[in-house]
Design a protein around this ligand. Structure first.
Ligand code: HEC
Ligand SMILES: [Cu+2]
Length: 379
């Protein structure tokens, strides 16, 4: 009876663990489902080192079990003394050589891949200037948000990183305040963003993997950097090359045309924004904000401040009391607005859209909804 209960407990524990492990396999978030060259190499190293570890642990466990079973007093008698092997030459050689061989098997691919992944030769030309043929993103990590500047285009975004698929995307990483770490689990990393020096590496995003992940990967800060470290997330929008080029073109066109608010609320909101928020936030795509994220394409974002679902209600909550959402963030207390003013600013920010496609999707969704409603009426 007791035995079967122990077994039941064991199976219950295992099924709970299995459920947890099932969560490890998301296409857009997991190092165990690599989505590009670097991620695949890192995954290979994980599998290689775990296999070697399992081999060692397994061998030791089995040998130990055999020894215990074979040397039971009931079997060999009270007076039995096993064969003494201290200082045995052959054994000493065997158990020194095997670990050395295992370490060599582990070391060669690890060292080779580590150096290969740090190879950013294609990023600069022979004259030492940034290579025009390569996509280069200069990343700056702030407490608790990310800024992405496109080297050749001068385009600046924050929180949402847009990259082309099936080619090397180079990153120059630095930290603005404290040390952070840049990590896109599916694609690879992590690499520290230091305050005193730039770290460079590249990532590749496979197009088919990006499509499986709905073209959206998750990025994270992987170095404890303050109270809101765990909320320092960003999104990676991985697009085919033509769509990526289109996005860059939209961003630049936006710079030329500028953006004027549509609705009357938004117009008033724009004025309030210019007075109270412009000191830290920029709404032109080529201008890094002074102390806060660039908000040029804020209306296209997936999330607000990297953590809240993107809608007007949450935006109002954020502007009203950012501290309750991201403790220690650097926007808290920087302005004084009443509820009415906050609603108008929010209306203005929701209108800041650059991605023309996303507008079409919105329109399409509305059209489909309208159609569905019509059908509903007929029945
Ligand atoms: C002192 C500088 C400062 C001022 C002034 C300021 N902000 Fe911010 N803002 C920040 C910082 C810093 C962040 C990033 C916070 C974080 O994520 O940790 C931020 C984040 C945001 C975000 C989220 C951005 C994103 O990328 O998702 C919005 C929206 C925003 N601010 C709106 C406003 C509005 C509206 C005002 C004016 C009423 C304003 N801010 C005034 C510094 C400022
Ligand atoms: Cu951080």
């Amino acid at each position: 009876m007791k035995n079967s209960w122990t077994k039941t407990k064991f199976y219950m524990l295992m099924s709970v663990l299995a459920i947890f492990l099932a969560g490890c396999g998301k296409e857009n978030l997991s190092a165990l489902q690599p989505a590009g060259e670097i991620g695949k190499q890192q995954f290979f190293l994980i599998v290689l080192s775990i296999s070697i570890m399992l081999l060692v642990v397994g061998t030791v466990a089995i040998t130990f079990t055999i020894a215990v079973l074979k040397s039971r007093r009931s079997k060999v008698g009270e007076a039995f003394v096993p064969k003494q092997v201290a200082g045995n030459h052959k054994l000493e050689v065997i158990w020194t050589t095997i670990p050395i061989i295992l370490l060599i098997i582990l070391a060669i691919p690890t060292v080779w891949i580590t150096f290969k992944q740090a190879d950013v030769e294609d990023m600069v030309t022979e004259d030492g200037v940034a290579n025009k043929d390569s996509v280069i993103v200069n990343v700056t990590a702030y407490q608790y948000w990310w800024e992405f500047e496109y080297e050749h285009e001068g385009v600046v975004t924050s929180q949402d990183l847009v990259v082309p698929t099936d080619e090397k995307v180079f990153f120059n990483l630095k930290g603005a305040d404290v040390k952070h770490s840049f990590w896109i689990p599916s694609a690879g990393g992590k690499l520290d963003t230091n305050v005193d020096g730039i770290n460079s590496f590249y990532l590749v995003f496979d197009d088919d993997k990006a499509e499986n992940a709905d073209r959206l990967f998750y990025g994270k800060c992987a170095e404890l950097c303050g109270p809101s470290h765990a909320l320092m997330d960003f999104k990676v929008n991985a697009l085919p090359r033509e769509e990526f080029d289109q996005w860059l073109a939209d961003m630049k066109e936006f710079e030329e045309e500028g953006k004027t608010a549509d609705s009357s609320d938004a117009k008033e909101g724009q004025e309030i924004f210019n007075n109270s928020c412009m000191g830290c936030h920029s709404v032109t795509p080529t201008n890094p904000g002074a102390a806060g994220p660039n908000l040029t394409n804020f209306g296209d974002r997936e999330l607000i401040a990297g953590v809240l679902e993107h809608n007007e209600e949450n935006l109002i909550d954020w502007i009203k009391d950012p501290e309750s959402i991201k403790p220690d963030n650097k926007m808290t207390g920087a302005y004084q607005l009443n509820d009415d003013e906050i609603e108008k600013v929010a209306a203005y920010l929701m209108e800041l859209k650059v991605d023309k496609n996303s507008g079409d999707v919105e329109k399409m969704k509305k059209a489909i909804e309208a159609e569905d409603n019509d059908e509903g009426g007929d029945n």
